[in-house]
Unconditional design. Sequence first.
Length: 90
Amino acid sequence: QLDTCRSGIEVLPEVMEALREAGATREDFAVFVDGGIRRGADIFKAVALGAAGVGVGRPVLYSLASYGDKGIVRMVHMLQDELMMVMRLS
């Protein structure tokens, strides 16, 4: 992790364009964004830009370290609620 590197969500449009130019389709090649996903809105943006899925490692680790397995369940519910709200507002 370098502070000067661009985030995954920032380079995603370029990656998707390069894949299209190379002739890859969503069925042939799935792109996942890992890093920088903290909220449901981040998930929405990544999927809208072409990602097939996202990784949420750091929120899981923080939730587990703070509240155990119940913290992870709560974190997933929070992400689901935030994602649903963003989808309703879009």
